[in-house]
Ligand binder design. Structure first.
Ligand SMILES: *Cc1c(COP(=O)(O)O)cnc(C)c1O
Length: 391
């Protein structure tokens, strides 16, 4: 076993060596600009990009012409939401999203509010899922876009995407999903799921950082976007800028590997995750945050009362996990996602996210269990609050 053990695969994943191998030639001999039409260097780079586009498309069940390469999911979220907002202003100015979305979506919506958009931020229930009746009540004739993430990055909860897209379409709105945590981990099919726009990122699925894609539906309906980056007209005018060819080739290879290995990997990871969770639930005053039935296979967000998540995270020196708090400059704010589940500050502050991945072994999970048990015991033994509770 190598230390520290990496259990933070929702923050980023290591690059699969097979992905690196596919990328390497595009840094050296195949260095051409994919937009160079006049010589073989350009053609070879373009071939690599075209192949990758097909690999990405195949994973989510779309055509290659519907994929726009971006610098990651943050850019894809920005392009999708701002691009639709600008293009469909004649129809309306209302966007519906969820309070527990990633900041890439929330901050984009806040930006558009300053420009005149009306945004509804749906609440979630205790399990992290939205209430479909609340969505339906929010829809108006001015609603142009409903954007709801597929799987949540902090708690792994999977929203009822098909029901949500059906409601959006019933009211004539487009449906977008930030599927960064779901693509490559569980089956995602843009037609079956009724998705019009979808954001994904390579570094969450064992590809390189700094590359992602936006899927934009071309048929039933044909979605139009206002470009957010002007320049040479790359990506059919929707995203100018010289293509990151090695990154795109890596994203394509990563998508192919996920498509081929996802089913088995999901089974293996959910078994490991459940083992971890069951072992840690035996600890007094512990709980799982968010739905355990509608959930990505590799994530567990747990709270251990009377211990600060930050403290436990620091104490588990040889295990890299993430706590439920976002450390801002001066204060330690509990995660807004956990707060929206209705958890108390105490419970939200005591949360730890375990994110398993392709390279996580059973041995590593056992180590993490022992480490968490040992450190929790020690931290609680030092806690006057815990002593009071015990008495
Ligand atoms: C990581 C992540 C993003 C941001 O992706 P980048 O490619 O790092 O910009 C957006 N949304 C979700 C749900 C994520 O997990």
């Amino acid at each position: 076993m190598e230390f520290p053990v990496y259990l933070d695969n929702n923050a980023t994943t290591p690059l699969d060596p097979r992905v690196l191998e596919a990328m390497l030639p595009y840094f050296t001999s195949k260095f051409g600009n994919a937009a160079s039409r006049s010589h073989v260097f350009g053609w070879v780079a373009e071939e690599g990009v075209d192949y990758a586009r097909e690999q990405v498309a195949k994973l989510i069940g779309c055509t290659d012409k519907e994929i726009i390469f971006t610098s990651g999911a943050t850019e894809a979220d920005n392009l999708g939401i701002k691009g639709v907002y600008e293009m469909y202003q004649g129809k309306g100015n209302h966007i519906v999203t969820v309070a527990t979305e990633h900041k890439a979506v929330l901050d984009t919506c806040i930006h558009l509010e300053k420009l005149g958009a009306r945004v509804t931020y749906l609440n979630v229930k205790e399990d992290g899922l939205i209430d479909l009746a609340e969505l339906e009540a929010a829809m108006t004739a001015e609603t142009i876009l409903v954007t709801v993430m597929y799987g949540n990055n902090e708690i792994g909860v999977i929203q009822p995407i098909r029901e949500i897209s059906a409601i959006a379409h019933q009211y004539g709105a487009l449906f977008m999903t930030d599927a960064t945590q779901a693509v490559g981990k569980i089956p995602v099919d843009v037609d079956a799921d009724g998705i019009d726009l979808l954001a994904l990122s390579a570094h969450k699925l064992y590809g390189p950082k700094g590359v992602g894609a936006l899927y934009v539906r071309r048929k039933n309906p044909r979605v139009k976007l206002t470009a957010q980056m002007d320049g040479g007209g790359h990506e059919r005018g929707m995203r100018s800028g010289t293509l990151n060819v090695p990154g795109i080739v890596g994203l394509g290879k990563a998508c192919e590997l996920c498509r081929l290995e996802m089913d088995e990997e999901a089974k293996r990871l959910s078994a490991l995750r459940d083992k971890l969770e069951q072992a840690l639930l035996l600890i007094e005053e512990s709980q799982v945050n968010g739905s355990t039935s509608q959930r990505l296979p590799h994530v567990s967000n747990m709270s251990f009362k009377y211990v600060a998540g930050e403290g436990l995270m620091m104490a588990m020196k040889d295990v890299a996990v993430s706590s439920g708090s976002a450390c801002t400059s001066a204060s330690l704010e509990p995660s807004y996602v956990l707060k929206h589940l209705g958890l108390s500050d105490d419970i939200a502050h005591s949360a730890i996210r375990f994110g398993l991945g392709r390279f996580t072994t059973a041995e590593e999970v056992d180590y993490a269990i022992e480490s968490a048990k040992k450190e929790l015991k020690q931290l609680r033994n030092l806690s006057p609050l815990w002593e009071m509770v015990k008495e």
